[in-house]
Design a protein around this ligand. Structure first.
Ligand code: ZN
Ligand code: ZN
Length: 136
C-alpha cells in the first residue's frame, strides 16, 4: 500500500505543521476516522489547531482524491487514507467501528443494460453487522 504522506510529497503539497498533523492522524492501515477524531489527534500534538483548519485540510485531501470519504447513514462521515487498494467496508452497527474488506480482482460490477454509457466512477459497498466484542 502506498503511504499517504509519500503520495502528498510527490505532489508537492504544501505541508504546514497542522497539515502534517492531519496526515499523521490518518496514517496506518484500516484507518477510518471522523473529522472530530482527526481533530482530537491533531490537537494532541498541536493544541492550538482550529477545527476549520482540520476540516478544510480533510476537504482538500478528498478533492485531491488522496483521501476517501465514507458516508454512513446516521453517523458522521469517515475519512479513509487507503485510496490505492480498492476495498469495501464492514460497519459494526453497535459501536460504529469500520474495517476494510478486500475485493477479489474479478469482482467487476456490471452496468445495467438500461443505463447505456453509464460511467462508473465510484463503488461503495457497506456491509453492516455486529463485531465480535459487541456481540459478547
Ligand atoms: Zn462493535
Ligand atoms: Zn477503508
Amino acid at each position: 500500500m502506498d503511504d499517504l504522506l509519500q503520495r502528498l510529497e510527490r505532489r508537492d503539497w504544501r505541508l504546514t505543521p497542522q497539515r502534517r498533523a492531519v496526515v499523521d492522524a490518518l496514517r496506518g492501515e484500516n484507518v477510518h476516522l471522523s473529522a472530530d477524531e482527526v481533530l482530537d489527534r491533531v490537537r494532541d500534538e498541536l493544541p492550538e489547531t482550529s477545527r476549520a483548519t482540520v476540516y478544510n485540510t480533510l476537504n482538500e485531501l478528498v478533492e485531491m482524491g488522496e483521501v476517501g470519504e465514507l458516508h454512513v447513514a446516521g453517523r458522521s462521515r469517515k475519512y479513509d487514507p487507503n485510496v490505492t487498494d480498492r476495498h469495501h467496508h464492514a460497519l459494526c452497527e453497535s459501536c460504529g467501528m469500520v474495517q476494510d474488506i478486500q475485493l477479489r480482482s474479478d469482482d467487476e460490477p456490471q452496468v445495467p443494460a438500461s443505463m447505456p454509457g453509464f460511467e462508473l466512477r465510484r463503488l461503495d459497498v457497506l456491509f453492516s453487522g455486529i463485531c465480535a466484542s459487541c456481540a459478547n
